[in-house]
Ligand binder design. Structure first.
Ligand code: PLP
Length: 396
C-alpha cells in the first residue's frame, strides 16, 4: 500500500467530500427502522428536505443512487409506448434517455454538440410540432455533470407553456441540488430527481423524487410495471412505514447535513458555488485551456470541464495528478472521453480547498508536460481574494 501523507483532494463532481460532522452523525448505533425514534426522525426529514427543492410537495426517499430516482420518475408517470422528449446533450442526459428506451418508452431526441445546454426555443418548436400531444414528458438534466452545462429550467418551463403543451417536466437535479438555485414549485417542475452524494454532502445511497400534483395524477393512470420504485406506499408513509428497510444511518447524516445547510443558508451556498465556478473558469482560461461549456449563460455552478490541448490525453494527465498529488479529477465521459477533464467544485468546499485543487491542476500540467500558460492559480486566487459573496450572487 502506498501512503500519501495529508488528506486526499477529492475534486470529482460527486461523490463529494463529506463534512466530519456528517461522518460522525452517520457513525451511530443502528436504530429500529420500525420504532418510534426512527419514525420521528424520518417524519422530520421528509419535511425538512422540501425547502432544498423549493417545494411544498412531498419528497420521496429511496435507498438507492440517483439512477434509481430516474427510473422511479419514469415508471410512475408513464406507460410503455408513451413518447418522451430527451436530449443528447451530455452523458447523463443520454443515459437517462437510454433508460427510457429500455423501459419501453419512445424517445424523440434533441441534440446539442455537448458544449451547451438544451435550447428552450428548440424545445418549444418540438412541442409545438406535436399537435396530437403524444409527448408525455420532457426529460431534462438541470446540471449536466459530464460537460458542466446547466439548463435554464425557468426558460424551458416558459417555452413549454408558450407551446401550450401538457407534457410533464421531469428534471434531474442530481449535481445541482444544494449547489445551484433550483425552484421546483416556481418553475413548474413535475418530478425533481436528486441524489445524496453531491450538494447534500452525504455518501451515495439516498435517491429523491419530489413530486407535483400533476405527477401524482399521472401515476394513477401510468401502466409501467413497478414494485420497488412505486410511489404509492411512499406517498402514504408518514415516517415510520417505509415499504422496505430505509438507509437509517444516512438519515442521521441527512439531519446533520440539513443542519449545516440551514446554518450557512441556501442562498449563501449558491453564492459560494457561483464564486468557485467563476474562479475555476478564470484559472482554466489563464492556463490557455478551453472550457467545454461554450455558452457563458449555460455555465454550471458545480463542475467545470476543460479540454486538453490537441494531441494530449486527458486520462494520462489525470493519472499524473492522482499519482503525484493524490487528487482525483473527473474523467471525460462519452464523447469527451480522454479529451477533457472535470473539476468538481461542489459540496463542502471552501476557498482554500479550491485554491489547493487548482494548484494541483497547475502542477499536474507541468508534471505531465502539457503545454500551458502559467498564472491560472494566481488568476483564481486574485478573484477569490477580492470577490465578495454579494457581487458573485448578483453575477449568478
Ligand atoms: N444524473 C446526473 C446529472 C449525474 O451526475 C449522475 C451521477 O453522477 C447521475 C444522474 C447518476 O446518478 P447515480 O450515479 O447516483 O446513480
Amino acid at each position: 500500500m502506498t501512503y500519501h501523507p495529508g488528506r486526499q483532494f477529492l475534486q470529482i463532481p460527486g461523490p463529494t467530500n463529506i463534512p466530519e460532522r456528517v461522518l460522525r452523525a452517520i457513525a451511530q448505533p443502528v436504530l429500529d427502522h420500525r420504532g418510534p425514534e426512527f419514525a420521528k426522525l424520518s417524519a422530520e426529514l421528509l419535511q425538512r428536505i422540501r425547502p432544498v427543492f423549493k417545494t411544498e410537495r412531498p419528497v420521496l426517499i429511496f435507498p438507492a443512487s440517483g439512477t434509481g430516482a430516474w427510473e422511479s420518475a419514469l415508471v410512475n408517470t408513464l406507460s410503455p409506448g408513451d413518447k418522451v422528449l430527451g436530449f443528447d446533450s451530455g452523458q447523463f442526459a443520454l443515459l437517462w434517455s437510454t433508460m427510457a428506451k429500455k423501459l419501453g418508452l419512445v424517445v424523440e431526441t434533441l441534440d446539442t454538440d455537448w458544449r451547451r445546454a438544451p435550447d428552450p426555443a428548440q424545445i418549444e418548436a418540438a412541442l409545438a410540432a406535436d399537435r396530437e400531444k403524444k409527448i408525455k414528458a420532457v426529460l431534462l438534466v438541470h446540471n449536466e455533470t459530464a460537460n458542466g452545462c446547466m439548463s435554464r429550467v425557468a426558460e424551458i418551463r416558459a417555452a413549454m407553456d408558450r407551446a401550450h403543451h401538457p407534457a410533464l417536466l421531469l428534471v434531474d437535479t442530481i449535481s445541482s441540488l444544494g449547489s445551484a438555485d433550483f425552484r421546483m414549485d416556481e418553475w413548474g417542475v413535475d418530478v425533481a430527481i436528486g441524489g445524496s452524494q453531491k450538494g447534500l454532502m452525504l455518501p451515495a445511497g439516498l435517491a429523491f423524487c419530489a413530486v407535483s400534483e400533476k405527477a401524482v395524477a399521472a401515476m394513477k393512470t401510468a401502466k409501467s410495471p413497478r414494485c420497488f420504485w412505486d410511489w404509492e406506499p411512499l406517498l402514504a408513509n408518514t415516517g415510520g412505514n417505509f415499504p422496505y428497510t430505509p438507509a437509517c444511518n444516512l438519515f442521521f447524516g441527512l439531519r446533520e447535513a440539513l443542519d449545516l445547510i440551514d446554518a450557512e443558508g441556501l442562498e449563501n451556498i449558491f453564492t459560494r458555488h457561483a464564486r468557485h465556478a467563476e474562479a475555476t473558469r478564470r484559472a482554466i482560461r489563464s492556463w490557455g485551456l478551453e472550457i467545454v461549456c461554450a455558452e457563458p449563460k449555460d455555465y454550471s455552478r458545480s463542475i467545470t470541464a476543460a479540454f486538453m490541448p490537441d494531441g494530449h490525453s486527458a486520462d494520462a494527465f489525470r493519472k499524473v495528478v492522482l499519482d503525484r498529488f493524490n487528487m482525483p479529477l473527473g474523467a471525460g465521459l462519452g464523447r469527451l472521453a480522454d479529451r477533457a477533464f472535470r473539476i468538481g467544485h461542489l459540496g463542502d468546499t471552501n476557498d482554500l480547498m479550491l485554491g489547493g485543487a487548482l494548484f494541483g491542476v497547475e502542477m499536474g500540467l507541468i508534471a505531465a508536460g502539457v503545454p500551458y500558460q502559467a498564472g491560472g492559480v494566481a488568476a483564481a486566487l486574485g478573484y477569490l481574494a477580492q470577490e465578495s459573496g454579494e457581487s458573485a450572487r448578483i453575477a449568478a
